[in-house]
Ligand binder design. Structure first.
Ligand code: HEM
Length: 439
């Protein structure tokens, strides 16, 4: 791979503090979307609705950093996602903002950029193609057999101590981890470390924010730094082992990819590892947990499912639409352009709020209602669309279906007790605790 793909060698385009053209839909952001703690009560669907109505292309400043355009309408987000030439993932990456050199964790920062999700054509597809054999319908159907067994095992374990338990701890965090490790080829003995690293990653934004404010115990920071290092050391170790002894797993595919005759440099091994561990775990886990809240709040929909289990695949689409576990993805304009009449200059950041698109009333009638027979639920954008569309969507849908088929069969009255914790994170909706009662 051409060395100029390593992030140190491409410009880390941070975008301007203020936009070049005045906003045509002036609106003070109804809530600071850059602040992780503003997401601990769930996604701000009311704020999204105000933005969609009054300022569908809204300028959002960030204190002492570069601002961005926030998109909230379905059509705009779909079109932006599809136009990878105009809206780059590589120029500046996919996160709202990257901390400046003094404040960031160098390894985490670099790995977050040196990864497939932050590449544009032609290199993006060359790397994506190498992953694809592990996401085909045939592969996922085989995987389903193991997933069904694991679902049953986890549920047996979960109720051993009684009918009330934390669904995240006992189930939603465990199943995606199991599935991902099966795809990647990670030995069972190493799997629990990955859960701890996931929790640490979900809190990374908050930890670094708190460090800057001097609000955090130095021992906690030390622990964070040690764990980040351990995550990457393990990734390098296991990927390099697969170069020596390739196996039939996704880690071996990543380790041995050749692009333009060259193997991935170490930076891309770190980045590929970080991407797959985060993308494959966190999102599905939060969809499983979020679905439990929906089935508790919308009893009539649960009753339909209990009467007719053929509705399960539709329920899966509808719950991913409603939960939208990835809050946003960012792009950067490669030329001067316009969205909905708003001039956007080259180099300006554009963020696509998927949860807002998925509740756009122009596309989804009565969008806040969980309706498992909604005819167009599958058109949701929670997996993105276009060249970077989620590689793992079949795996995610399969796990959700397998989970709820068995959960509802065993515990038709299972309910969320109302107790939950959501980690401070403005990028993914991260449910870290959700108490349920199997009744
Ligand atoms: C409900 C669960 C999931 C949701 C909502 C979700 C969401 C997304 C979204 C929105 C993107 C698009 C990124 C962009 O446009 O820049 C994406 C990409 C990706 N997802 Fe998922 N994801 C889920 C599950 C998974 C799983 C289970 C895996 C792997 C086992 C996975 C692996 C990936 C990868 C590798 C990419 C990068 C694709 C590329 O850049 O070409 N995802 N995901």
């Amino acid at each position: 791979m051409a060395l100029d793909l390593v992030s140190e060698n491409y410009s880390e385009d941070r975008g301007p503090v203020a936009p070049e053209s005045a906003p045509i839909f002036p609106l003070t952001p109804p809530l600071n979307l850059a602040k992780s703690t503003n997401f601990t009560r769930g996604q701000p669907f009311d704020a999204y609705a105000t933005m969609r109505e009054s300022a569908p292309v809204m300028w959002h400043p960030i204190e002492s950093s570069e601002g961005f355009w926030a998109l909230t309408r379905y059509d705009d987000i779909r079109a932006t996602n599809l136009d990878a030439k105009m809206f780059s993932s590589q120029k500046g990456g996919i996160l709202m903002t990257y901390l400046d050199e003094a404040r960031r964790h160098p390894l985490l920062h670099r790995a977050a950029l040196d990864t497939m999700i932050c590449l544009d054509p032609p290199h993006h597809f060359k790397l994506r193609r190498e992953h694809m054999a592990y996401f085909t319908p045939g592969y996922v159907a085989e995987l389903r057999k193991k997933v069904d067994i694991e679902v049953a095992r986890l549920l047996d374990e979960a109720v051993k101590q009684g009918p009330v338990f934390d669904l995240v701890e006992k189930f939603s965090a465990q199943l995606p981890l199991f599935t991902l490790c099966e795809i990647l080829g990670i030995p069972a003995a190493d799997r629990s470390k990955i859960i701890a690293w996931m929790e640490m990653l979900e809190l990374a934004q908050y930890t670094l924010e708190q460090e800057e404010l001097g609000n955090i115990d130095p021992a906690q920071i030390m622990h964070f730094l040690t764990e980040v290092q351990a995550l990457f050391d393990y990734g390098q170790y296991i990927l390099k082992m697969r170069r020596i002894e390739p196996q039939n797993d996704l880690l071996s595919a990543i380790a041995n990819v050749e692009i333009d005759g060259q193997r991935l440099p170490d930076e891309y091994l770190d980045g590929s590892w970080l991407l797959i561990v985060f993308a494959g775990n966190d999102t599905t886990r939060n969809s499983i947990s979020g679905t439990m809240r929906l089935l508790t709040e919308f009893r009539d929909e649960r009753a339909k499912l209990l009467n007719d289990s053929t509705l399960l695949p539709y329920m899966v689409n509808e719950s991913i639409r409603m939960v939208s576990p990835v809050i946003y993805m960012r792009r950067t304009a490669t030329e001067n352009t316009e969205i909905r009449g708003q001039k956007i200059s080259e180099g300006e950041k554009v963020l696509m709020y998927y949860g807002a698109a998925n509740r756009d009333p122009l596309v989804f009638e009565d969008p806040d209602r969980f309706d498992i027979t909604r005819s167009n639920a599958k058109d949701h954008l929670a997996f993105g669309i276009g060249p970077h569309v989620c590689l793992g969507q079949r795996v995610a849908n399969m796990q959700l279906e397998a989970s709820y088929r068995e959960i509802l069969k065993r515990f038709p009255n299972i309910s969320w007790t109302g107790e939950q914790e959501i980690a401070p994170n403005s990028f993914t909706h991260s449910i870290s605790k959700l108490m349920v009662d199997c009744g």
